[in-house]
Design a protein around this ligand. Structure first.
Ligand SMILES: Cc1ncc(COP(=O)(O)O)c(C=O)c1O
Length: 464
């Protein structure tokens, strides 16, 4: 066992955090290699002349920051950044008031929808329609729910008759149903080079082949898509044309039209993920408007109203609707009518659209806070987006920077989380501004990131 002892010289603050900081820095600089087994905490305490309580706390905090993993009966090991991308990732979506500042999650700001949902729940509980909402439904959605879908989609710029709208339990479910309805094992699904990674995970589970389409500063490159259509015969292209995750780019209208035209020419279906669309009022028209016969448009209320509602809508060409309904049916039997009823009421009376506007105004405020703190760094962001994308200054590696931030109590996502191939992964991080409920914590997190980026590289011990 290699013996690692933290260098605590010159460190201030609680002893257990000093140990964690030293550990994070040594991992970042690769002085402490991934997979290294650490001394048992009692032994470390003995070596450092501290109480076992302090070292135990240090290891617990380091595990919380994903720097360490414990294996029963074997010991404690330095965790690989790779394992962070796997299914065992600690998936804490709670808006913690203590602990690390979490800038790694692209969630809407909490709190806005709550009073409206309380009101609507009251109305539903007093209304006569409740028994029908509590029962099984037929294959079709209730008329009032399809109608609400139509209003929501109309607000997104997609005009569709109710019989071409399918309700889902959110965008993720919509994507899953689309892949189930459209593709068979062995089919080729294209994605943007950097993409929302659950879609790649779904494709893998479903035995699909995947390939990526190059992107530049304006998003997917149409020529690259056309070339793949000819050479690789894909079935579908999954893309996020508005406030793209992670690059924040909104695909310009000319490109949208070009991609729609290529899809039509080659008979490729576009899976247009627009869950962030309603936050950006001035975005160009969806691709679905240019290629309605070749697009499944996926949206949800998660980023605009409340993710816990689990309500989304798909619109699709007529021929695909039965398969989509079948996929919903197979996966969840039916989209919960209660949740749909809450959503439908909020959509019909305009509350949902108002909440989306509040989210984008809040995003604008937080984006200007980020600009004021990170003004000395180059990054890409949309004023109405929840996140920013920061290619790191030369000399930084994204995994090291992420570990360094984690060691200083700030969680960010590294570029590799969004890349299909490690070789495509840019040395960049995504920083999300909306997960933290408390703006003071957000500010603290951003200042920490800013200070880390200001460190001369020699001080930052990041000569990699
Ligand atoms: C790009 C993208 N698509 C889809 C989803 C899933 O949306 P929903 O919460 O509605 O399932 C997310 C959630 O973060 C997302 O970022």
């Amino acid at each position: 066992m290699a013996i690692w002892l933290p260098n605590l010289n010159g460190r201030l603050g609680p002893k257990y955090l000093q140990i964690v900081e030293a550990m994070a820095e040594d991992i970042a600089s690769q002085r402490l290699a991934v997979g290294t087994q650490l001394l048992p905490h009692r032994e470390l305490a003995y070596q450092l002349g501290m109480s076992a309580n302090t070292t135990s706390r240090a290891y617990a905090e380091a595990a919380k920051r994903a720097l360490l993993r414990g294996e029963v009966g074997r010991g404690t090991f330095v965790r690989s950044p790779d394992t962070l991308l796997q299914a065992d990732k600690p998936y804490n979506l709670h808006r913690e008031k203590t602990g690390p500042v979490d800038l790694s999650r692209n969630l809407p700001l909490p709190g806005f929808a709550e009073p409206h949902i309380r009101r609507v729940l009251g109305e539903i509980s007093r209304g006569e329609g409740l028994p029908a909402l509590l029962d099984y439904q037929t294959d079709e959605d209730l008329a009032q729910h399809s109608e609400a879908g139509m209003i929501w989609l109309d607000g997104c710029g997609v005009r569709m008759p109710p019989d071409q709208i399918v309700t889902t339990m959110g965008g993720q479910h919509g994507l899953f149903c689309t892949l189930m309805a459209l593709l068979r094992p062995g089919d080729l699904l294209l994605t943007e080079a950097l993409t929302y990674s659950p879609v790649r995970a779904m494709a893998e589970r479903m035995g699909l082949h995947t390939a990526t389409v190059s992107m530049d500063a304006e998003g997917v490159v149409p020529e690259a898509f056309a070339e793949l259509c000819t050479s690789a015969k894909p079935k579908a292209l999954y893309l996020t044309p508005t406030l793209q995750a992670p690059t924040t780019v909104t695909l310009p209208e000319v490109r949208r039209k070009a991609i729609a035209e290529i899809a039509q020419r080659h008979g490729v279906i576009l899976i247009e993920d627009d869950v962030f669309g309603p936050l950006k009022a001035d975005r160009p028209p969806p691709l679905a408007t240019s290629a309605p016969e070749h697009t499944v448009y996926v949206t949800s209320l998660s980023k605009s109203v409340a993710p816990g509602l689990r309500v989304g809508f798909l619109s699709a060409p007529e021929w695909l609707v039965p398969s989509l309904r079948h996929a919903v049916n197979l996966s969840v039997w039916m989209t919960p009518p209660m949740a749909l009823e809450v959503a439908a009421r909020l959509i019909r009376d305009g509350t949902a659209a108002g909440l989306a506007t509040r989210q984008s105004s809040a995003a604008e405020r937080r984006q200007s806070l980020a600009r004021s703190i990170l003004g000395h760094v180059d990054f890409v962001a949309d004023p109405q987006g929840f996140h920013l994308w920061m290619p790191l200054p030369a000399g930084w590696r994204a995994d090291a920077f992420r570990a360094h931030c984690a060691g200083h109590g700030v969680l960010v996502s590294e570029g590799r989380s969004f890349a299909a191939r490690a070789s495509d992964a840019p040395e960049a991080v995504r920083i999300c501004l909306s997960h933290e409920a408390d703006e003071k914590r957000l500010e603290r997190g951003l200042r920490t990131v800013s200070n880390l980026l200001r460190l001369p590289r020699s001080t930052a011990t990041l000569e990699l």
